[in-house]
Ligand binder design. Sequence first.
Ligand SMILES: *[C@@H]1O[C@H](CO)[C@@H](O)[C@H](O)[C@H]1NC(C)=O
Length: 399
Amino acid sequence: MANPTQKHCPCSLLILAITFSLLNSATAESATYNVVNFGAKSNGQKDSTNAFLSVWSKACASATPAMIYVPQGRFMIGSGATFRGPCANKAISIKIYGTLVAPSDYHVVGHSGNWLHFDRVTGVSISGGVLDGQGTALWGCKNSAKSTCPTGATTLTFSNSQSIVISGLTSINSQMFHIVFNGCKNVKAQGITVVADGNSPNTDGIHVQMSSHVTILNSEIRTGDDCISIGPGTNNLWIENVACGPGHGISIGSLGKDLKEAGVQNVTVKTVTFTGTQNGVRIKSWGKPSNGFVKDVLFQNAIMVNVQNPVVIDQNYCPGNKNCPGQASGVKISGVTYQDIHGTSATQVAVKFDCSSRYPCRGITLKDVKLTYQNQVAQASCNNAGGAALGSVQPESCF
Ligand SMILES: *[C@@H]1O[C@H](CO)[C@@H](O)[C@H](O)[C@H]1NC(C)=O
């Protein structure tokens, strides 16, 4: 029953279908913005801050997913830059092939708190790239105990943001903390490399606070302070496959600095190697009143290589002995498990639980632990700590 109309009908349907799919892919396709087209210069000299901020406002205003492209070369971001949301789309992907570099004069961004700061953004991903905070001179200033040094800027901060992915990013020589997540939800950071001198002050690798569902995977952190620090209000944090050292280890705390403080809950730290670090896995609180708490923490499968304090809870932190001597920490610590912790301690006491006299640590579990000091079984020390030892535990638990 071939009539011409019927014969053409499938063809026009096909054309219609193709047209629709083209239209669809055109709307779904991301708009791409190359920073160079906005005046950024790859010579490492010219300040490209405004170019980056212009690109951000374009990408943020785009109704469709946007891609920001940073080609090879060195781009000077000469002042603290805030990339603000909320944006018109929830998919901004920043692909960095080059290096963003801070001014070598630390006074320029050293007073601004943050160097690269994303605030109130949703669905931002950063992949690749090197961030060079040029912090060396500031560390020198701080280490010489001059009172005139600025605090320094955190290299990369995300605040009040969600659905953030950072992968394959390298941060070197930050003035202060390298990467901070504050007030964030659903963050994935993977393949992160942090490099700073072992003597660089306050250069924490990754700091998380007031945030939930943060995952940190497959990363390598060599720095002068904590490799990863976990502040108040962190929950559902997952850290896996991290190499730490030099540095001060992975630390929950310092907590309990304030009287009213959000607690830390449900933290997993798994498969981590600590090499020559000051601490391995640590929980630390100020020795003063607070309503803070730490509960449901699992430290699993850690290898210690010549670590000064492989397993430590310190609830008597009181720097300079100001405003806290003689007081007990109000931070309540419970439900902390140390499982499969092996390796060498650089000091005789490899396991140290120095808990609050007011609120002793409860529900500490040691399971399959073996830590040695100079080829001998190391020692454990307990103050106000209660819990259980399961499997083979060396040094023998002191509960
Ligand atoms: C703990 O956090 C992990 C993510 O890190 C999550 O998958 C898990 O459901 C949380 N557990 C509870 C009891 O909330």
